[in-house]
Write a protein that binds this ligand. Structure first.
Ligand SMILES: NC(=O)c1ccc[n+]([C@@H]2O[C@H](COP(=O)([O-])OP(=O)(O)OC[C@H]3O[C@@H](n4cnc5c(N)ncnc54)[C@H](O)[C@@H]3O)[C@@H](O)[C@H]2O)c1
Length: 295
Protein backbone atom coordinates (compact mmCIF):
# COMPACT_ATOMS: atom_id res chain seq x y z
CA UNK A 1 0.00 0.00 0.00
CA UNK A 2 1.39 3.44 -0.91
CA UNK A 3 1.58 5.69 2.16
CA UNK A 4 2.94 9.24 2.27
CA UNK A 5 4.68 10.67 5.33
CA UNK A 6 5.20 14.45 5.22
CA UNK A 7 7.97 15.51 7.59
CA UNK A 8 9.41 11.99 7.31
CA UNK A 9 12.99 13.26 7.78
CA UNK A 10 12.07 14.69 11.17
CA UNK A 11 12.05 13.20 14.64
CA UNK A 12 8.58 11.60 14.77
CA UNK A 13 8.05 11.24 11.01
CA UNK A 14 11.26 9.22 10.53
CA UNK A 15 10.23 6.75 13.25
CA UNK A 16 6.78 6.46 11.67
CA UNK A 17 8.27 5.87 8.20
CA UNK A 18 10.56 3.16 9.67
CA UNK A 19 7.56 1.37 11.18
CA UNK A 20 5.46 1.60 8.00
CA UNK A 21 8.37 0.23 5.94
CA UNK A 22 8.79 -2.60 8.48
CA UNK A 23 5.09 -3.41 8.05
CA UNK A 24 5.76 -3.91 4.33
CA UNK A 25 4.22 -0.73 2.90
CA UNK A 26 5.49 1.38 0.02
CA UNK A 27 6.49 4.54 1.89
CA UNK A 28 6.99 7.95 0.32
CA UNK A 29 8.65 10.69 2.38
CA UNK A 30 8.11 14.38 1.63
CA UNK A 31 10.39 16.77 3.52
CA UNK A 32 12.22 19.97 2.57
CA UNK A 33 14.95 19.19 5.16
CA UNK A 34 14.44 22.58 6.81
CA UNK A 35 14.64 20.87 10.21
CA UNK A 36 14.88 17.18 9.34
CA UNK A 37 17.93 15.14 8.35
CA UNK A 38 18.41 13.10 5.20
CA UNK A 39 20.15 10.37 7.24
CA UNK A 40 16.96 9.87 9.28
CA UNK A 41 14.98 8.94 6.14
CA UNK A 42 14.45 5.21 5.85
CA UNK A 43 16.58 3.82 3.00
CA UNK A 44 13.66 1.78 1.66
CA UNK A 45 11.38 4.83 1.47
CA UNK A 46 11.14 6.97 -1.65
CA UNK A 47 12.35 10.44 -0.70
CA UNK A 48 11.19 13.73 -2.24
CA UNK A 49 12.93 16.89 -1.08
CA UNK A 50 9.79 18.92 -1.54
CA UNK A 51 8.20 21.80 0.33
CA UNK A 52 4.56 21.38 1.38
CA UNK A 53 3.99 24.96 0.19
CA UNK A 54 4.38 23.56 -3.37
CA UNK A 55 0.90 22.23 -4.20
CA UNK A 56 1.80 21.26 -7.77
CA UNK A 57 4.48 18.85 -6.57
CA UNK A 58 2.27 17.44 -3.79
CA UNK A 59 -0.44 16.73 -6.37
CA UNK A 60 1.99 14.53 -8.31
CA UNK A 61 3.51 12.79 -5.29
CA UNK A 62 0.14 11.88 -3.71
CA UNK A 63 -1.07 10.02 -6.85
CA UNK A 64 -2.13 6.50 -5.88
CA UNK A 65 -1.60 7.01 -2.15
CA UNK A 66 -3.95 5.19 0.21
CA UNK A 67 -3.23 7.45 3.18
CA UNK A 68 -1.14 10.47 4.12
CA UNK A 69 0.45 11.04 7.53
CA UNK A 70 0.92 14.80 7.76
CA UNK A 71 3.74 15.69 10.15
CA UNK A 72 5.64 18.39 8.24
CA UNK A 73 5.52 21.67 10.15
CA UNK A 74 7.63 24.37 11.65
CA UNK A 75 7.04 23.33 15.26
CA UNK A 76 9.31 25.97 16.80
CA UNK A 77 6.94 27.73 19.13
CA UNK A 78 9.29 30.66 19.82
CA UNK A 79 9.91 31.17 16.08
CA UNK A 80 6.15 31.32 15.55
CA UNK A 81 5.98 34.17 18.08
CA UNK A 82 8.88 36.04 16.42
CA UNK A 83 7.75 35.38 12.85
CA UNK A 84 4.07 34.35 12.75
CA UNK A 85 3.63 35.00 9.02
CA UNK A 86 6.27 32.63 7.68
CA UNK A 87 5.36 29.85 10.12
CA UNK A 88 1.69 30.36 9.13
CA UNK A 89 2.67 29.71 5.50
CA UNK A 90 4.12 26.32 6.45
CA UNK A 91 1.75 25.25 9.21
CA UNK A 92 -1.55 26.52 7.81
CA UNK A 93 -1.16 27.03 4.05
CA UNK A 94 1.09 23.96 3.82
CA UNK A 95 -1.50 21.89 5.69
CA UNK A 96 -4.24 23.16 3.41
CA UNK A 97 -2.11 22.14 0.42
CA UNK A 98 -1.78 18.64 1.87
CA UNK A 99 -5.57 18.43 2.17
CA UNK A 100 -6.15 19.76 -1.36
CA UNK A 101 -3.62 17.31 -2.83
CA UNK A 102 -5.27 14.49 -0.85
CA UNK A 103 -8.67 15.51 -2.22
CA UNK A 104 -7.36 15.79 -5.80
CA UNK A 105 -5.94 12.26 -5.56
CA UNK A 106 -8.85 10.60 -3.72
CA UNK A 107 -6.63 9.72 -0.76
CA UNK A 108 -8.82 7.79 1.68
CA UNK A 109 -7.50 9.18 4.93
CA UNK A 110 -5.10 11.80 6.31
CA UNK A 111 -3.70 11.59 9.83
CA UNK A 112 -2.76 15.06 11.07
CA UNK A 113 -0.11 15.70 13.72
CA UNK A 114 -1.67 18.36 15.90
CA UNK A 115 -0.46 19.49 19.31
CA UNK A 116 -1.47 20.12 22.89
CA UNK A 117 -0.37 23.71 22.11
CA UNK A 118 -3.93 24.26 20.85
CA UNK A 119 -5.14 24.23 24.46
CA UNK A 120 -3.32 26.95 26.38
CA UNK A 121 -3.76 26.89 30.14
CA UNK A 122 -6.63 24.60 31.13
CA UNK A 123 -7.85 22.67 34.16
CA UNK A 124 -6.04 19.33 34.40
CA UNK A 125 -6.24 16.71 33.08
CA UNK A 126 -6.93 18.36 29.73
CA UNK A 127 -9.86 16.85 27.85
CA UNK A 128 -10.58 17.25 24.14
CA UNK A 129 -13.76 19.14 25.07
CA UNK A 130 -11.73 22.01 26.62
CA UNK A 131 -12.22 25.25 24.68
CA UNK A 132 -8.86 25.86 22.94
CA UNK A 133 -7.01 29.01 23.98
CA UNK A 134 -3.62 28.85 22.22
CA UNK A 135 -0.83 30.93 23.71
CA UNK A 136 1.28 31.03 20.54
CA UNK A 137 0.76 31.35 16.77
CA UNK A 138 2.02 27.76 16.53
CA UNK A 139 -0.88 26.55 18.71
CA UNK A 140 -3.31 28.60 16.65
CA UNK A 141 -1.88 27.20 13.41
CA UNK A 142 -2.52 23.66 14.63
CA UNK A 143 -6.07 24.58 15.65
CA UNK A 144 -6.79 26.09 12.22
CA UNK A 145 -5.31 22.94 10.66
CA UNK A 146 -7.66 20.73 12.70
CA UNK A 147 -10.63 22.81 11.63
CA UNK A 148 -9.67 22.41 7.98
CA UNK A 149 -9.61 18.64 8.48
CA UNK A 150 -13.10 18.51 9.94
CA UNK A 151 -14.36 20.95 7.28
CA UNK A 152 -12.87 18.91 4.42
CA UNK A 153 -14.63 15.86 5.82
CA UNK A 154 -17.97 17.70 5.83
CA UNK A 155 -17.48 19.33 2.41
CA UNK A 156 -15.63 16.66 0.46
CA UNK A 157 -15.79 13.50 2.57
CA UNK A 158 -11.98 13.40 3.05
CA UNK A 159 -11.41 11.06 6.00
CA UNK A 160 -9.07 12.22 8.73
CA UNK A 161 -8.05 12.01 12.37
CA UNK A 162 -6.21 14.78 14.25
CA UNK A 163 -3.81 13.62 16.95
CA UNK A 164 -2.94 16.17 19.63
CA UNK A 165 0.49 15.05 20.79
CA UNK A 166 1.76 16.15 24.15
CA UNK A 167 5.57 16.23 24.71
CA UNK A 168 7.11 13.56 22.53
CA UNK A 169 10.53 12.20 23.49
CA UNK A 170 12.85 9.40 22.37
CA UNK A 171 15.80 8.64 20.08
CA UNK A 172 16.58 11.24 17.35
CA UNK A 173 15.08 14.09 19.35
CA UNK A 174 17.99 16.49 19.15
CA UNK A 175 19.28 18.78 21.89
CA UNK A 176 20.39 21.29 19.28
CA UNK A 177 18.65 22.78 16.26
CA UNK A 178 14.88 22.80 15.85
CA UNK A 179 13.48 23.76 19.25
CA UNK A 180 14.32 23.13 22.87
CA UNK A 181 13.22 19.97 24.62
CA UNK A 182 14.30 19.45 28.15
CA UNK A 183 15.23 15.73 28.07
CA UNK A 184 17.83 15.77 25.24
CA UNK A 185 19.19 19.12 26.48
CA UNK A 186 19.70 17.78 30.03
CA UNK A 187 21.23 14.51 28.77
CA UNK A 188 23.60 16.46 26.54
CA UNK A 189 24.59 18.85 29.38
CA UNK A 190 25.14 15.91 31.71
CA UNK A 191 27.37 14.19 29.14
CA UNK A 192 29.46 17.39 28.84
CA UNK A 193 29.71 17.70 32.64
CA UNK A 194 27.69 20.96 32.59
CA UNK A 195 24.87 22.00 34.95
CA UNK A 196 21.36 21.25 33.61
CA UNK A 197 19.63 24.55 32.69
CA UNK A 198 16.21 24.66 34.32
CA UNK A 199 13.94 27.29 32.71
CA UNK A 200 11.92 29.31 35.24
CA UNK A 201 11.39 27.75 38.66
CA UNK A 202 11.39 24.22 37.22
CA UNK A 203 7.90 23.53 38.53
CA UNK A 204 6.26 23.81 35.10
CA UNK A 205 4.98 20.35 34.18
CA UNK A 206 4.66 18.48 30.90
CA UNK A 207 3.10 15.20 29.84
CA UNK A 208 5.82 13.10 28.17
CA UNK A 209 4.98 10.44 25.62
CA UNK A 210 7.50 8.12 23.95
CA UNK A 211 7.88 8.38 20.17
CA UNK A 212 7.17 4.65 19.68
CA UNK A 213 3.76 5.15 21.30
CA UNK A 214 3.07 8.13 19.03
CA UNK A 215 3.93 5.98 15.98
CA UNK A 216 1.48 3.34 17.21
CA UNK A 217 -1.22 5.99 17.70
CA UNK A 218 -0.79 7.09 14.07
CA UNK A 219 -1.17 3.55 12.80
CA UNK A 220 -4.21 2.90 14.99
CA UNK A 221 -5.78 6.19 13.91
CA UNK A 222 -5.28 5.23 10.26
CA UNK A 223 -6.75 1.76 10.78
CA UNK A 224 -9.65 2.97 12.95
CA UNK A 225 -13.12 3.64 11.62
CA UNK A 226 -12.84 7.33 12.60
CA UNK A 227 -12.94 9.61 9.57
CA UNK A 228 -14.55 12.86 10.73
CA UNK A 229 -11.34 14.77 11.58
CA UNK A 230 -11.95 14.71 15.32
CA UNK A 231 -9.07 15.56 17.65
CA UNK A 232 -7.70 12.98 20.08
CA UNK A 233 -5.14 13.51 22.87
CA UNK A 234 -1.97 11.43 22.64
CA UNK A 235 -0.09 11.72 25.91
CA UNK A 236 0.79 9.61 28.93
CA UNK A 237 -1.83 10.97 31.34
CA UNK A 238 0.88 11.94 33.85
CA UNK A 239 2.42 15.35 34.53
CA UNK A 240 6.11 15.60 35.39
CA UNK A 241 7.99 18.78 36.34
CA UNK A 242 11.31 19.93 34.89
CA UNK A 243 12.84 19.56 38.37
CA UNK A 244 11.70 15.91 38.46
CA UNK A 245 13.31 15.26 35.06
CA UNK A 246 16.55 16.73 36.41
CA UNK A 247 16.28 14.40 39.41
CA UNK A 248 15.73 11.34 37.14
CA UNK A 249 18.81 12.27 35.10
CA UNK A 250 20.85 13.28 38.20
CA UNK A 251 23.42 16.09 38.33
CA UNK A 252 23.76 19.81 39.19
CA UNK A 253 21.23 22.36 37.87
CA UNK A 254 21.14 26.10 37.21
CA UNK A 255 18.10 28.35 36.54
CA UNK A 256 17.29 30.47 33.43
CA UNK A 257 14.48 33.05 33.06
CA UNK A 258 11.01 31.73 32.11
CA UNK A 259 9.93 32.01 28.42
CA UNK A 260 6.73 33.69 27.20
CA UNK A 261 4.00 31.77 25.34
CA UNK A 262 4.52 28.54 27.21
CA UNK A 263 1.87 26.63 29.11
CA UNK A 264 2.44 26.20 32.86
CA UNK A 265 1.05 22.77 33.68
CA UNK A 266 0.14 20.06 31.23
CA UNK A 267 -1.44 16.66 31.71
CA UNK A 268 -3.54 14.85 29.12
CA UNK A 269 -6.77 13.02 29.68
CA UNK A 270 -6.26 10.04 27.37
CA UNK A 271 -9.54 8.22 27.88
CA UNK A 272 -10.78 9.00 24.34
CA UNK A 273 -7.60 7.59 22.74
CA UNK A 274 -8.15 4.41 24.76
CA UNK A 275 -11.81 4.26 23.82
CA UNK A 276 -11.70 5.30 20.16
CA UNK A 277 -8.30 4.00 19.06
CA UNK A 278 -7.79 1.16 21.51
CA UNK A 279 -4.44 2.84 22.17
CA UNK A 280 -2.50 3.35 25.35
CA UNK A 281 1.08 4.28 26.23
CA UNK A 282 3.50 1.41 26.73
CA UNK A 283 6.83 3.14 27.51
CA UNK A 284 7.18 5.07 30.79
CA UNK A 285 9.25 8.22 31.14
CA UNK A 286 11.73 6.39 33.39
CA UNK A 287 12.16 3.55 30.82
CA UNK A 288 12.56 6.04 27.97
CA UNK A 289 15.14 8.15 29.82
CA UNK A 290 17.09 5.03 30.87
CA UNK A 291 17.22 3.94 27.22
CA UNK A 292 18.45 7.39 26.11
CA UNK A 293 21.09 7.51 28.88
CA UNK A 294 22.56 4.23 27.64
CA UNK A 295 22.88 5.40 24.03
N1 LIG B 1 7.81 16.63 19.13
C1 LIG B 1 6.76 16.97 19.86
O1 LIG B 1 6.80 16.93 21.11
C2 LIG B 1 5.46 17.38 19.20
C3 LIG B 1 4.39 17.72 20.03
C4 LIG B 1 3.20 18.10 19.43
C5 LIG B 1 3.08 18.11 18.06
N2 LIG B 1 4.15 17.79 17.28
C6 LIG B 1 3.97 17.84 15.82
O2 LIG B 1 4.42 16.61 15.27
C7 LIG B 1 4.99 16.84 13.98
C8 LIG B 1 6.39 16.28 13.92
O3 LIG B 1 7.18 16.92 14.92
P1 LIG B 1 8.70 16.57 15.16
O4 LIG B 1 8.95 16.71 16.60
O5 LIG B 1 9.05 15.30 14.47
O6 LIG B 1 9.37 17.82 14.44
P2 LIG B 1 10.59 17.87 13.41
O7 LIG B 1 10.96 19.30 13.28
O8 LIG B 1 11.64 16.90 13.78
O9 LIG B 1 9.89 17.38 12.06
C9 LIG B 1 9.17 18.24 11.20
C10 LIG B 1 9.67 17.96 9.80
O10 LIG B 1 8.94 18.79 8.88
C11 LIG B 1 9.87 19.24 7.90
N3 LIG B 1 9.36 20.48 7.32
C12 LIG B 1 9.26 21.70 7.91
N4 LIG B 1 8.76 22.59 7.05
C13 LIG B 1 8.51 21.92 5.89
C14 LIG B 1 7.99 22.31 4.63
N5 LIG B 1 7.62 23.56 4.39
N6 LIG B 1 7.87 21.36 3.67
C15 LIG B 1 8.26 20.08 3.90
N7 LIG B 1 8.77 19.67 5.07
C16 LIG B 1 8.89 20.58 6.06
C17 LIG B 1 11.15 19.46 8.66
O11 LIG B 1 12.29 19.48 7.80
C18 LIG B 1 11.16 18.28 9.61
O12 LIG B 1 11.82 17.16 9.07
C19 LIG B 1 4.92 18.35 13.74
O13 LIG B 1 3.76 18.64 12.99
C20 LIG B 1 4.78 18.91 15.14
O14 LIG B 1 4.11 20.16 15.13
C21 LIG B 1 5.34 17.43 17.83
Amino acid sequence: MKLVVTGGAGFIGSHLADKLVALGHEVVVVDNLMLGRKEFVNKKAKFFKVDIRDLKKLNKIFAGAEAVFHLAADPRLQVSIEDPASTHEINVTGTLNVLIAAKNNNVKKVIFSSSCAVYGNQPLPIKETAVPQPLSPYGLHKLIGEQYFSLFYKLFNIGSVCLRYFNVFGPRKLATGAYPMVIPIFLDQRKRGQAMTVVGDGEATRDYIHVSDVVEANIKAWQSSIIDGRAINIGSGRQVSVNEIARFITGPTTNLPARPGEMRNIEADISLAKQWLNWQPTVTLEQGIAELKNN
